[in-house]
Design a binder for this molecule. Structure first.
Ligand code: ARG
Length: 228
């Protein structure tokens, strides 16, 4: 039986923003395959629920709206659990610990502590925790739909730095030899999968799958596969 946007009962629709390697990105032999740590976890959740996974790639800042409008069933997007987001969605048990890092040109030696961020021109991903954090340090924040674009802006010398999640930042460094990462003592962030408040059954299924993959070794295998 079909309901809404072509959703059927045997399909589980994942919403993501596939510009966040190694958690979600587009790649593979055909160049248009969804891949990553979150994607593999989402596939396991679908398989444990006896459903087929369908993936909707969208802007990061549209995910929560799409979830609450019923266009997607859950979000796996390296999304940090925050009190503000918890007001509108339910999060799974945390599945990954991250932190924000600062990316600058290698030649930039002006940043030694968090206070040195004051007044700098930041590039961030729109709607991310970095976007919110940046505004605490400066009123010069340019927000992009992807980290790639933020990095490009830094490479082009239009901003001073990019504030981004640690693991994707490390991933971007491989293709950007003129940039460096600086770790500053920012608070830890915990990623969670998000589900609409009106869907407690799916939340329970997700938490069960997360608990299972932690006990059966699959979680560690995924860490080894994606976190380099
Ligand atoms: N962890 C950060 C946040 O929740 C950034 C996540 C960006 N994820 C993505 N798939 N683009 O705001």
């Amino acid at each position: 039986l079909l309901s809404g946007c072509g959703k059927s009962d045997d399909v589980l629709v994942l919403g993501t923003n596939a510009s966040f390697p190694p958690f979600e990105y587009v790649g593979g032999a055909s160049g248009n395959e969804f891949k990553g740590f979150d994607i593999d976890i989402a596939r396991q959740i679908a398989s444990d629920s006896g459903k087929t996974l369908k993936i909707q790639n969208m802007k990061f800042d549209s995910l929560i709206m799409a979830l609450n409008a019923g266009r997607i069933d859950f979000i796996a997007a390296g999304m940090t659990i925050t009190p503000e987001r918890q007001a509108s969605v339910n999060f799974s048990t945390p599945y990954y610990e991250a932190t924000q890092v600062v990316i600058t040109k290698k030649s930039d030696t002006s940043i030694h502590s968090i206070t040195d961020l004051r007044g700098k021109h930041f590039a961030v991903q729109l709607g991310s925790t970095a976007d919110i954090m940046a505004k605490k340090y400066t009123d010069k924040v340019t927000a992009f739909n992807s980290g790639f674009e933020a990095i490009m802006e830094l490479n082009n010398g239009k901003v001073d730095l990019v504030l981004f999640d640690s693991q994707p930042a490390a991933n971007f460094m491989r293709k950007n030899p003129d940039l460096k990462i600086q770790s500053l003592p920012f608070a830890a962030e915990f990623y969670g999968l998000a589900v609409a408040k009106k869907n407690p059954q799916l939340l329970q299924q997700i938490n069960t799958t997360l608990a299972n993959i932690k006990t059966n070794g699959q979680y560690d295998t995924l860490i080894a596969k994606y976190m380099k």
